[in-house]
Design a protein around this ligand. Structure first.
Ligand code: AGP
Length: 604
């Protein structure tokens, strides 16, 4: 999951590309590189292991040009190093390629090329693309690229430059996101609008199997077989400023604090008080079809999968439709029975997660109806599904998802209420849930106001080598998500279990050095949760409870305001985002760019 960016125009290109790489760094940050068309001809490249700032330090003062491409990497093939960083150039230094994705048949192609005498500089799969283009006898750069893509299997978002064609950049997409930024006598190409939004909000999103030629004053798109395609620029919804840190020390802290406004945004214009229901314009599912649904299957990865679990309990609770959530890759490879009366819902913040996209494409191939619950507008999953709900969380830059998790669960509450009121959910229950939804932004603000206390607690628990998270039914996915947050940024080993499972094994782990975080809402399972805390206390385990009232069995209790039982999971996760944040901060971790991770997983 790398980030690519390119520019062709009148302005000095290097500062533009380095700024673009900074904004794409959440996609991968183990090495980076840049190549420009020198004023006196030829290509000039600089690459560096490490962050973009390491690359910036290496770019010579005299590095001028008006056309260039650049890359920030998340290594898949070949360890992070200067030579494995992109761009990859051919032996003559005439062709340069930056690639996001994986060339599945790279070793086979490499063997053929090496047999033909090609000398490879790196261990990467991507370098084969460069040599295939360099060896093409086709007349135009576009044809050379198309010829190379014919033999490549796998996923790619690429940008290509050639010293003999200094007036253009050629880009192509298959499975990995590529957007074009249309400016005044200048053009951009990037993996994500984040890299170009401060220069233009006019973008074209390439489809799979599409290529583009960018010149300073023109852009054209084609199929990979060379047929012209039409591409109408769209205006990006988000402002450039929304990508800034807004005075916070980290994007994670900013995004946690943005949640009251974000929730307000996902509710805006969707509540219908007259019929105690909600209006979801993009669903593309009429009432008759909604009544015909016999099952709901939610697919996602990581945090989105956890949001789907709470979504499933909301759909089952409010619409009385059997529902569950499953990791998309597991679903895809277990050859599931695809049922025509099942509504499939793909959940994704980025809308580009490969495992989810591939599951959607598989379901579509089998004639299933698939909706999307997605944050990034115009992303692949949003465009591939039959309809859906945008969660309007705004740009989420930190690798670790917070506000988008919360907005996704709220979007599921809206969907469940919509389906419920089409089926058998009463007006009174509709009203109850709507009041609960409207109370969320203020209640989240109340929780955020406890940050200093949570920071103190984090200092107390930060020394733990391992932590256990427990919850029951609606509380279990909250425990799963909270343990994932802690793992992702503090690197503390954390496990989550249904509280009822403790005595079936995990209780063996309980000891004073292994604290437990217990999700203890005021609902019908309160006594059951208390019994689980008793079991832990009996083994001298330390307990931090998240609850609606003080828990005498717990060493510490974080209080959250009560909402409707169905909506409580939305609030109970918020203090644990802050706990993970301050624990990682206390351990001096790089919060926004945790090791080994990336924001959008566009490879399998
Ligand atoms: C969450 O903090 C992680 N970044 C990760 O688990 C993420 O949720 C997962 O990769 C799915 O991403 P998506 O929502 O963009 O599809």
């Amino acid at each position: 999951m790398c980030g690519i960016v390119g520019y062709i125009g009148k302005r000095d290109v290097a500062p533009l590309l380095l700024e673009g790489l900074q904004r794409l760094e959440y996609r991968g940050y183990d090495s980076a590189g840049i190549v420009i068309a020198g004023k006196s001809g030829g290509l000039k490249a600089v690459k560096a292991k490490g962050r973009v700032r390491e690359l910036e330090a290496r770019v010579p003062k005299r590095f001028a040009g008006t056309t260039g491409i650049a890359h920030t990497r998340w290594a898949t093939h070949g360890a992070p190093s200067d030579v494995n960083a992109h761009p990859h150039l051919d032996t003559e230094g005439k062709v340069a390629v930056v690639h996001n994705g994986i060339v599945d048949n790279a070793s086979e192609l490499r063997a053929k090329l090496e047999a033909d005498g090609v000398v490879f500089a790196s261990e990467t799969d991507s370098e084969v693309i460069t040599h295939l283009i360099a060896r093409s006898q086709a007349a135009s750069l576009e044809e050379k690229v198309r010829e190379a893509l014919k033999v490549i299997e796998g996923t790619y978002g690429i940008a290509v430059m050639h010293a003999d064609f200094p007036d253009r950049i050629v880009a192509a997409r298959n499975g990995s996101p590529v957007v074009l930024g249309i400016g005044e006598k200048e053009m951009f190409v990037a993996s994500d609008v984040a890299a170009l939004i401060s220069h233009t909000r006019q973008v074209v999103t390439l489809d799979d199997g599409e290529t583009a030629t960018l010149k300073a004053d023109d852009f054209r798109t084609y199929t990979t077989s060379g047929t012209r395609t039409t591409a109408t620029p769209e205006t990006v919804e988000w402002e450039a400023a929304s990508y800034d840190m807004g005075g916070h020390d980290t994007y994670m802290h900013k995004e946690i604090c943005e949640q009251p406004d974000a929730v307000d945004r996902v509710l805006r214009g969707r509540i219908d008080d007259k019929f105690s229901t909600v209006h979801l314009g993009g669903l593309n599912l009429d009432a008759r079809e909604a009544r015909g649904i016999r099952r709901v299957k939610i697919l996602g990865c990581g945090t989105s999968y956890h949001a789907g679990m709470i979504g499933a309990s909301l759909v089952e609770g409010l619409a009385r439709i059997p529902a569950d959530s499953e990791p998309a890759s597991e679903f895809r490879y277990r050859n599931p029975v695809v049922d025509p009366d099942t509504l499939y819902i793909a959940v994704s913040q980025s809308g580009e997660t490969y495992d989810v996209l591939a599951a959607v494409q598989e379901l579509k191939r089998k004639g299933a109806r698939v909706l999307g619950v997605v944050n990034v507008v115009g992303s692949a999953i949003a465009r591939e599904t039959d309809g859906g709900v945008y969660v309007h969380a705004g740009p989420e830059v930190c690798v670790v998802s917070t506000k988008c998790f919360t907005n996704t669960v709220v979007a599921f509450a809206l969907l469940a209420l919509h389906l419920g009121r089409i089926r058998d959910l009463s007006v009174a229950d509709g009203k109850r849930i709507i009041e609960g939804l409207r109370a969320l932004p203020e209640q989240i603000q109340e929780i955020l106001a406890q940050e200093e206390d949570i920071k103190k607690l984090a200092a107390e628990y930060a020394e733990a080598k391992s932590m256990m998270f427990i919850g029951r039914v609606r509380g279990y996915p909250v425990a799963l998500e909270a343990s994932l947050k802690l793992k992702e940024i503090s690197y503390i080993h954390a496990e989550a279990y249904p509280a009822s499972e403790l005595k079936h094994g995990p209780l063996a782990l309980i000891e004073p050095a292994m604290p437990t975080v217990a999700i203890v809402p005021d609902d019908s399972l309160l006594e059951k949760n208390r019994a689980a805390m008793e079991e832990i206390k009996a083994r001298s385990g330390r307990i931090l409870a998240v609850a609606h009232r003080e828990q005498e069995k717990a060493d510490h209790t974080i209080l959250v305001p009560k909402n409707e039982d169905e909506l409580d999971p939305i609030l109970m996760g918020i203090p644990l985002q802050l706990l993970a944040y301050h624990t990682a901060l206390a351990l001096g971790r790089d919060i926004d760019k945790p090791r080994n991770l990336a924001k959008s997983v566009t490879v399998e």
